[in-house]
Design a protein around this ligand. Structure first.
Ligand SMILES: Cc1cc2nc3c(=O)[nH]c(=O)nc-3n(C[C@H](O)[C@H](O)[C@H](O)COP(=O)(O)O)c2cc1C
Length: 324
């Protein structure tokens, strides 16, 4: 399938694996890219520019297809070494960067000078337009359904995607709630040029996470995610577990007086134990409502081939319906 996104990123299928903390290692990105999608290494998981450079080199050993790096821009007092991470990306010869979080304007000049395409992930039309204004090449439009940070507007993709299509001039992909060929065709129908998936890619054979994480996604339904940290205006959609229930109790008890310090035990530094050791109740971890649509653990190639086949069948069926 050829779309503005496959052309822009030099990929076979319009499917992107969004950056995921402690999931987006070289193994994940290479598996998605080898299957014809765009795999993405998560920059901040690597921590330092040296470790990111090493991860990029490992990924290049596993694939000769294009892959990207995610740079999530967090509101923190001690920011990561973003200029160093950008340097590692440029020197590593990476051709695509997915930015997310705050406005990426400060990172753009060196990336653009190096000919790198930048896709910014945002959860609203106004942020998408801002990304277009500052020179991003594409946008990943992340609806309220998404795993991770859906923003504070709570607009689901059935509204957000056509709204983005009405306003944007640069290409965009859908993100949040995407799982199969139905998701892809619906995204294209609503004006997207492809789709981004997070949670679905965790439940694949190659995802370098503990088996417990994959089984937790399979066991979950669309009713099993919770929104946390809304009082801090840092809303995150996570899979419910004992730590999340404790966190929600604290949010109820403390109300608007809650601070980050009150929930450190549930949210800070919990990803390595969850993703690597499979300690599923250790803390809050991002997961989308799309868990309700995930029932197996295919390889990335099986998953992407299946999505493309189903999408083609749906399009053919619709063409026949339109002609009848
Ligand atoms: C476990 C997990 C970790 C994530 N970590 C990040 C991250 O570090 N940076 C980022 O930009 N997005 C992150 N995301 C969001 C994904 O890139 C993607 O936008 C989202 O998962 C799409 O929604 P879906 O899960 O319904 O497919 C994460 C998502 C999950 C499920």
């Amino acid at each position: 399938m050829k779309t503005a996104i496959t052309e822009m990123f030099g990929i076979e299928h319009p499917i992107i694996q969004g950056g995921m903390h402690y999931v987006g290692f070289a193994e994940m990105a290479a598996a998605v890219s080898n299957a014809g999608g765009l795999g993405i290494i998560t920059g901040l998981t690597q921590g330092t520019p040296e470790k990111l450079a090493n991860e990029i080199a490992r990924c290049k050993d596993m694939t000769d297809k294009p892959f990207g790096v995610n740079l999530t821009i967090l509101p923190t007092l001690t920011p990561p070494d973003y200029p160093g991470l950008v340097k590692a990306i440029i020197e590593g010869g990476v051709k695509v960067v997915e930015t997310a979080g705050r406005n990426p304007v400060d990172l753009l000049p060196p990336l653009k000078d190096a000919g790198i395409k930048v896709i910014h992930k945002c959860t609203s039309v106004r942020h998408s337009l801002k990304a277009q204004d500052i020179g991003c090449d594409a946008v990943s439009v992340d609806g309220f359904e998404c795993g991770g940070h859906p923003g504070e507007d709570d607009v689901p993709n059935f509204i957000l995607l056509p709204r983005a299509a009405d306003e944007l001039e640069i290409p965009f992909v859908s993100s949040g709630g995407m799982a199969d060929g139905r998701s892809l065709v619906a995204s294209l129908a609503m004006g997207a040029q492809g789709m981004n998936m997070g949670t679905r890619f965790i439940a694949t054979k190659e995802a370098p996470v503990h088996e417990n994480v994959k089984q937790a996604i399979l066991a979950a339904s669309e009713l099993d995610t919770r929104l946390v940290m809304r009082p801090l205006r840092n809303t995150e959609r996570v899979l419910n577990n004992a730590a999340v229930e404790r966190l929600i109790e604290k949010e109820k008890a403390l109300g608007d007086a809650i601070t980050f310090q009150d929930i450190v035990a549930e949210v800070a530094g919990v990803y390595p134990s969850i993703m690597m050791e499979g300690e599923m109740d250790k803390g809050a971890w991002s997961c989308g409502m799309v868990a309700g649509l995930i029932h197996d653990i295919p390889t990335c190639k099986e998953l992407i081939d299946r999505i493309m086949l189903q999408a083609e069948e749906i399009i053919a069926r619709m063409q026949a319906m339109a002609r009848a």
